[in-house]
Structure formats: structure tokens, C-alpha cells
Design a protein around this ligand. Structure first.
Ligand code: LRH
Ligand code: MN
Length: 425
């Protein structure tokens, strides 16, 4: 299923006059403050987020899973669904695959299909947190950290296979997230587990093509509930440094203990040139994988403030990889992802409005109140007309959720696919 651009234009027509009024009001105010509207819109158009192939169907918990119907059950259908999201938002120009959930059968056909939807393949994700039917060794007690060298070698080989798959699709990065850890005190020798993990990651790193990056994702707990080998940003950064200059830390917003100052972690990683990318989502308690900006929108804004500052002042840090990592237990997955994309654009647009020079001056004058006034003025600005203007310029829908519903896309998917179920989480 591909969206005909005329359909989007027809729907936009009904929104245009109100949009123009809102946009003119905002543009006038922002120009008075010295903002360059065209530059802001260009940056929003250029900001592309990769969609996880594993989050296009209904997610679930151990307590149950409620299907959405019309879910994508093949890689081709997953690419189609990301194509729909990208047609409406024009900010989802990439897909991130998880192996072995999404192994292409015909690489040429898959690349052509992605191309036809203006999609590229972002980071590929390995999976040594589940046993595969015919794999000789189990990851029950860990993969890259396992005390048994044969298990480690199997896990290293899997990562090399994932790189080979990604390489055929034009991907340029591998994300490694390890469930490895312990659920009880005494179960693990922490030093042996970390050392095994370091050597294993170094082998994987050495096997990567010279133009590839390695993203090391950290997480404090789950599925192990006492310790995780790569538990926090410091451990990930240390391992990245041990691997080499093309190894980086990946920040999944849900992988932090309550009240962690994530924006400070982001600024430190950028200063050290080791921020590889993000898995955007939101959470109230644990790794809830909720819609971006649905629980802590101010925290997301503060993170983008550090990103905007870092992208301005830290040439040592490469352009980060932007990805969503979410799971949809009760909402339509495509609507959920569209809302996440909007929240990301909103946080980025608001952060771009912060007058960094004025802020630096206020910081140097210890004028704490003015510092807060400067960033909160940006946060309190309704930037939605700017985001809509970027969509119009890119050929997207002014209001993607409204367009998704008016076009009846879910019912069309159900008509085509019936009660199909997606592979993944
Ligand atoms: C682990 C994680 C990781 C993925 C998985 C699907 O919680 O965030 O990024 O491999 O979710
Ligand atoms: Mn993640």
C-alpha cells in the first residue's frame, strides 16, 4: 500500500487557512526575536528518525498481548508501514532492522522496495537475548559475557552475521544491546563477566567494515533483576573506548533509573565525542517504551537543548543516529509512532529557539532566574505551526494523525491483512 500524494494535499487543503494564520503569527513573533524561520524549517525537514521494525505490531507484556489487526507479518509489509508513516510525516526516512526477526530473503527486492518508499536502512540490531531454534548453545546465562567460550563465540558470530546482513542493505552501524546479567547476588563474578564482554565486543568491532559504527546500548535491569553487565552509560562509554574510535554509546531514554539526569549524560557523551545515537521513547517507572513525550516532555526538551548545543559546539561527536524504540500495548502502532515523531520534532524545534548566546551570558553572570526564563520561554512556545510548515515543504500531512484516520489506513490494512500478527516484541 502506497499513499497517493494527492490524497494528502486534499486533506491539507482543509487545514491550510488556519495553519497559515497560526504560522504567520508565530513567524512574526520569532523573527522579532531574531530567529531565521527558513533555517528552522530546513532543520526540521532534515531531521529523519529511524523506525524500529519490531514496533509495527502490538507489543505485549507477560500478562498479555492484545492484537491490533492488520499487523505486518513480513519484512515487506513492515517496510510498507514505515513507508506510510514517512509519507504522512516526512520525518521517518529510515528503518532499523532486528535480526533474526527481519532477515531478508531477497536483498535486491527488499532494497528496491525500501527505495520506492524513500527509506534507507539505519542501524541493524543483533539479538543474543533469545535462543534460536537450531542454535547449539543457550544464552540463558548470558551471551558475550558467558563463562563458556563456546557460547561467547556463537554470540560473536551472530553479530558478525548481522553486520553481513546490514552491509548488503547499505546499513552502516550495528547496535548491540545485551540482556546479559544476573538475577541474584553471587550468581556472577562481575569482573569476569565484564572482561568477557569487553573481549567479545572487541572481536565484533574488529570484524566491522572500516566505515561502520558500533553502538553499545546500556540498561540497568530487565530481563535480569539484580545486575546487568552493561548497566549504565559509564560502562558503555568505557567499553566503547576499549573497542576504538568507531564505537559509541547509545542512549535509550527508558534505560535509566528514576530521576536520572539524562540531559547531563548526553552532554558528557557529546563532549567526549562518544554519543552514537538514541532510542527515543518515554516512561513513568521502568523501560515502559511509551510514546515519546507522553510522560516527561520537559525532560525530552532539555535533552534536545544539550543536543542542539552539542551539534553546534562538539565537532568531535559525529551526527547522532535518531531511532525510536517503543512498544504498543493498547494503541494503534502506526498512530503511536506518528505521535512520537511529532513529539521529537516539537522538542527539537523548541530547543532550536533557545538563544544559546544569551543563555551562556546569563550563566556567566550567575543570573539563574534569567537562565530559566530563556529556556522556559522556548519551551512555552507553541511550535506546531513550524512543524506543519516543514511537513508542507516536504510534501507531508499538516496533521498526520488526522490524515491517517481520514484516509482509513488501519481499516485498509485490516482489509488487506486480516488478523495478521507482527514478529518482534
Ligand atoms: C532493550 C531494547 C533494545 C532492543 C530491544 C527490542 O530493552 O531497548 O534496544 O533490542 O529493546
Ligand atoms: Mn532500545
Amino acid at each position: 500500500m502506497k499513499l497517493d500524494h494527492n490524497h494528502i494535499e486534499t486533506i491539507n487543503k482543509k487545514e491550510l487557512s488556519q495553519h497559515q494564520a497560526d504560522f504567520d503569527f508565530l513567524a512574526n513573533r520569532l523573527e522579532q526575536k531574531g530567529n531565521h524561520i527558513n533555517g528552522l524549517i530546513e532543520k526540521l525537514c532534515a531531521f529523519q528518525v529511524a523506525i524500529p521494525s519490531w514496533a509495527l505490531g502490538a507489543g505485549g507484556t507477560r500478562f498479555g498481548r492484545f492484537s491490533t489487526k492488520g499487523e505486518p507479518s513480513t519484512l515487506e509489509q513492515k517496510i510498507e508501514d514505515v513507508g506510510l508513516i514517512h509519507s504522512l510525516t516526512k520525518t521517518a526516512g529510515a528503518i532499523s532492522l532486528h535480526i533474526p526477526w527481519d532477515v531478508p530473503k531477497d536483498y535486491k527486492a527488499i532494497k528496491e522496495l525500501a527505495d520506492s518508499h524513500d527509506l534507507i536502512f539505519d542501524a541493524v540490531n543483533s539479538n543474543t537475548f533469545q535462543d534460536q531454534k537450531n542454535s547449539p548453545f543457550s544464552y540463558k546465562f548470558g551471551s558475550l559475557c558467558n563463562t563458556d567460550q563456546k557460547v561467547r563465540e556463537q554470540a560473536i558470530q551472530h553479530n558478525m552475521d548481522v553486520i553481513a546482513i546490514g552491509d548488503k542493505l547499505g546499513s552502516k552501524s550495528l547496535t548491540v544491546w545485551l540482556a546479559d546479567g544476573a538475577s541474584f547476588p553471587g550468581q556472577h563474578n562481575f569482573q569476569a563477566a565484564l572482561t568477557n564482554t569487553q573481549y567479545s565486543l572487541q572481536s565484533i568491532y574488529k570484524s566491522m567494515p572500516q566505515d561502520w559504527k558500533l553502538f553499545i546500548e546500556y540498561k540497568p535491569y530487565e530481563p535480569n533483576f539484580y545486575s546487568t553487565v552493561i548497566q549504565d552509560w559509564g560502562t558503555s562509554l568505557m567499553l566503547a573506548n576499549e573497542c576504538g574510535e568507531r564505537a559509541y554509546t547509545l542512549v535509550d531514554l527508558g534505560h535509566h533509573l528514576p530521576n536520572t539526569n539524562i540531559e547531563q549524560i548526553v552532554s558528557t557523551l557529546m563532549l567526549k565525542g562518544k554519543l552514537g545515537g538514541f532510542h527515543f521513547n518515554d516512561s513513568k517507572y521502568g523501560d515502559d517504551d511509551l510514546t515519546v513525550g507522553s510522560i516527561k516532555p520537559y525532560s525530552l526538551f532539555l535533552i534536545f537543548n544539550e543536543l542542539v548545543y552539542g551539534m553546534e559546539n562538539n565537532p568531535q561527536n559525529p551526527y547522532p543516529a535518531w531511532m525510536i524504540d517503543a512498544s504498543h500495548n493498547i494503541k494503534d502502532p502506526l498512530e503511536d509512532i506518528i505521535q512520537s515523531l511529532e513529539a521529537i520534532q516539537e522538542a527539537y524545534a523548541k530547543a532550536l529557539l533557545i538563544d544559546q548566546n544569551k543563555l551562556r551570558e546569563a550563566q556567566l553572570n550567575y543570573d539563574v532566574t534569567l537562565c530559566q526564563e530563556i529556556i522556559q520561554d522556548a519551551f512555552r512556545t507553541d511550535v506546531r505551526p513550524l512543524i506543519a510548515a516543514a511537513k508542507i515543504r516536504s510534501g507531508g500531512a499538516i496533521n498526520p494523525i488526522k490524515a491517517y484516520r481520514e484516509l482509513g489506513l488501519r481499516s485498509k490494512l485490516i482489509a488487506k491483512r486480516g488478523n495478521s500478527v507482527a514478529s518482534g516484541l
